[in-house]
Design a protein around this ligand. Structure first.
Ligand code: DX5
Ligand code: ZN
Length: 217
């Protein structure tokens, strides 16, 4: 495990208890906290917005990794900077000007990520590499936790080659579990998002299950 980071998605946490859920996963070994923002428009589900993300901030001692599944993105970038996001990821499919979006994210002082839906090729980020801190390869169609893993191994390998020695994380999001995690790491991923595979079977009352689940990835 050459410095693989585990980023539990709080989409699978108890929505009435985010503060304690975040504290629990960090105490149990989470490297980053992954926050899935959905708008009911870019994806067919709704989660939370910048006010909620700002309320999560004091509980996150590691890295607050915010994944925007929204369109448009640009009008909300400053609110996520103000909310304290460390990494802000936008989908390349969310609009015609991903280059401008990434510039604005970095200009607001955050690390910039670009996410690729399963149907989008690796080449969509080929001309963005010098302004990216992270590429998120979706291994489900975004919108819901607990979906079946879609194998994107060739895309991950292509990105690993394309990135070369640039300091860009390759993040995998969707269907990551103890069966699929080794495959994506082998292909070149270094940040694993996992929602259901981390939270299943546990609770803030019994958080050691989260730790066991994290170590099983
Ligand atoms: C999917 C989200 C993911 C999701 C992962 O729309 O971006 O972060 O919560 O959930 P699992 O790990 O359950 O597939
Ligand atoms: Zn996500």
């Amino acid at each position: 495990n050459r410095s693989i980071k585990i980023a539990p998605s709080i989409l699978s946490a108890d929505f009435a208890d985010f503060g304690r859920e975040i504290q629990a996963i960090e105490a149990q070994g989470a490297d980053w906290v992954h926050v899935d923002v959905m708008d009911g428009h870019f994806v067919p589900n709704l989660t939370f917005g910048p006010m909620a993300v700002k309320a999560f901030r004091p509980h996150v001692k590691t890295v607050m990794d915010v994944h925007l599944m929204i369109a448009p993105v640009d009008p909300y970038i400053q609110s996520y900077a103000d909310a304290g996001a460390d990494v802000l990821t936008a989908h390349v499919e969310a609009g015609p000007h991903i280059h401008r979006t990434l510039q604005a994210i970095q200009g607001a002082g955050m690390k910039a990520g670009a996410a690729l839906n399963p149907g989008t090729p690796a080449e969509a980020v080929a001309h963005l590499l010098d302004m990216l801190d992270l590429v998120c390869v979706m291994t489900v169609n975004p919108g819901f936790g607990g979906q079946k893993f879609i194998d994107m191994t060739p895309k991950i390998r292509a990105l690993r080659t394309m990135i070369g020695d640039r300091p860009i994380h390759i993040q995998i999001d969707g269907g990551v579990d103890p069966g699929t995690a080794p495959k994506v790491v082998q292909a070149g991923a270094d940040v694993l998002v996992a929602g259901s595979a981390v939270f299943r079977g546990g609770s803030v009352a019994d958080p050691t299950v989260y730790g066991d689940n994290i170590r099983a990835l």
